[in-house]
Ligand binder design. Structure first.
Ligand code: ATP
Ligand code: MG
Length: 354
């Protein structure tokens, strides 16, 4: 976990690059910093491994003030991937990847094994690539070596500064997928800088939008696209709103007509159907059929995205499904709710209502 507390950076010439920056990057999260050129992304990133020292505020990693970390130890614990592919041109790929493990005095055998494992991880056959020089690799291959070199000594944190911006769109997409897979497999905390919104949306667990050295909004891709904090974010997002990525929680109706307390049951008319029944502590009991309550096993959860939820509708012939959280009935999602949501999300300022 990385915590920024009121971080500011003013360079000697008076440039205020970062101002009162406070946020927390969770362990295992892929956290994207995005914003226009000069907004302070690189400066923020470099303060994490103390290539730049803040003028004000404190950064903690795993609860420990950065000032109390030995700089060497810090750099070993943080893999750094730069925008410019920065492999050592006279060294082989194998030697390039082994730089940090060797500095840490890993044994020769352990290092060699690690290098092979890493190259395979990004689908570069060690037998083919190990002995080559960087110039004998394509741009995308070199960038992959750059990524695994940063991972070589198994750091807990990875910071990446526009690592893919020099690549063609296809290679870039491939590497984005690689990083995403790597991330889910090895659970590193990654802070990733980009100024490409598509990249941010594709990769980020959360996105931090910056402007003029300050945070404008921090949120999930969905929160940014569907609930932009202001016009700056809205303009940056452009037309990327995606209703299919909306969580059920935002569309469901907690007071739906399709819900009833078991005590009301004897007095209720036979419609609407389906009718989902809960008891006094909100526990879900099932679905009404005639005068009975029968088991109902197709339900959805509040965090499920719409694109997933519709698959559950396909499994039943119901027009509405119960939304359960820890066994409690917290609402219902019906076709009507979905249509309502779609209609209203597009009725934002500057957008035509349907
Ligand atoms: N060493 C320095 N001395 C003075 N000003 C600097 C220094 N380094 C960066 N700056 C300024 O600080 C501001 C933030 O720079 P930074 O490199 O963090 O931006 P960035 O968001 O990474 O931009 P880009 O997307 O172009 O890489 C800019 O105005 C930049 O000119
Ligand atoms: Mg930069």
């Amino acid at each position: 976990m990385i915590t920024f507390e009121n971080i500011s950076k003013e360079f000697q010439d008076g440039t205020k690059a970062v101002q009162d920056f406070s946020t927390t990057v969770e362990k295992g999260e892929l956290f994207v910093l995005i914003g226009p050129s000069g907004c302070g992304k690189t400066t923020t990133l470099k303060m994490i491994n103390r290539l730049i020292e803040p003028t004000q505020g404190t950064i903690h990693i795993e609860g420990r003030n950065l000032k109390n970390w030995n700089k060497q130890e810090l750099r070993w614990n943080i893999g750094y991937v730069l925008q410019q592919i920065a492999l050592f041109p006279t060294m082989t790929i194998e030697e390039n990847v082994a730089v940090v493990p060797e500095m840490r005095r890993w044994g020769r055998k352990q290092t060699a094994e690690r290098v092979e494992e890493l190259l395979r991880m990004v689908e570069l056959d060690p037998a083919v690539y190990k002995k080559r020089k960087p110039a004998e690799l394509s741009g995308g291959e070199q960038q992959r070596v750059g990524v695994v070199r940063a991972l070589a000594a198994d750091p807990d944190i990875l910071i990446m500064d526009e690592p893919f911006s020099a690549l063609d769109p296809l290679t870039r997409e491939q590497l984005q997928q690689d990083i995403k897979q790597l991330q889910s497999r090895i659970q590193k905390t990654i802070v990733f800088v980009t100024h490409d919104m598509d990249e941010a949306l594709a990769l980020g667990d959360r996105i931090c939008m910056m402007e003029g050295g300050s945070i404008v909004q921090v949120g999930t891709p969905h929160e940014l696209t569907n609930h932009p904090a202001n016009d700056f974010v809205r303009d940056f997002i452009g037309d990327r709103i995606n209703e299919w990525d909306t969580p059920v929680r935002e569309m469901m109706d907690p007071q739906s007509d399709y819900i009833a307390n078991i005590e009301e049951l004897p007095n209720l008319p036979l419609y609407p159907a389906p009718l989902y029944i809960f008891d006094n502590d909100s526990s879900f009991l099932g679905r009404r059929q005639g005068r009975e309550i029968i088991e109902h096993d197709v339900s959805i959860t509040p965090d499920m995205l719409l694109k997933k939820a519709v698959q559950y509708f396909e499994k039943t012939d119901m027009d509405a499904l119960p939304v359960l959280e820890n066994g409690r009935l917290i609402g219902v999602l019906s076709y009507k709710d979905i249509v309502w949501y779609m209609k209203n999300i597009h009725a934002q300022p500057g957008k035509e209502s349907v």
